[in-house]
Ligand binder design. Sequence first.
Ligand code: SF4
Length: 193
Amino acid sequence: MDDRWHRREGYTFHLVNIDCMRQSTRFNVIMELSESIEGLLPYLAAVLPGCTYIHGSGVINVMDDGHIIGITGRRITFTDVGDENEAEALCRRYFQTIREVTSRKDTVAPVFQKRQDLTVLEIFRALPATNCGGCGYSTCMAFAAGVFRRETTIERCPPLAENPHRYAALFHKLALNGHRIPESTQPGRETSR
Ligand code: SF4
């Protein structure tokens, strides 16, 4: 193991240049775990929102804040990381999740098959389709893709945020797929109208 690796208790990580994008200042990150978590994967799949996992494949895939993350028994990879500080924070957060799930494994029902069943097109179809740009994206389709990749959240679309009850079905499906939704639309938070 060379000097590029940062050693922390329980894991090491290093940043890798993205070869096919020479001008890019973004990195991929490889995090190597000291101990295998292969047996923990079904439990992690149970708690990671919006992940994909098929038991036996040996890998959990999940989108988190624009990063594509792959979790295997000994290694976690993160795409599109800006710098060392972001890499450090991501590795620490995922290591804490591993520790936390390990400590309460008895209370977690393992999941052996989990897929995203919400598509970009499905999110797009539920949007106002005015391409007004109020969300910061130039089109509703681009915003739908951003929500799907978890780069943004659904309440950044003002027409939806202003009228959450009209879009309750979309919010419900997003919540089932582990997306963050406006507090006022969460189960048990409905107000009488
Ligand atoms: S704010 Fe909403 S309606 Fe406007 S472009 Fe974004 S997603 Fe479409």
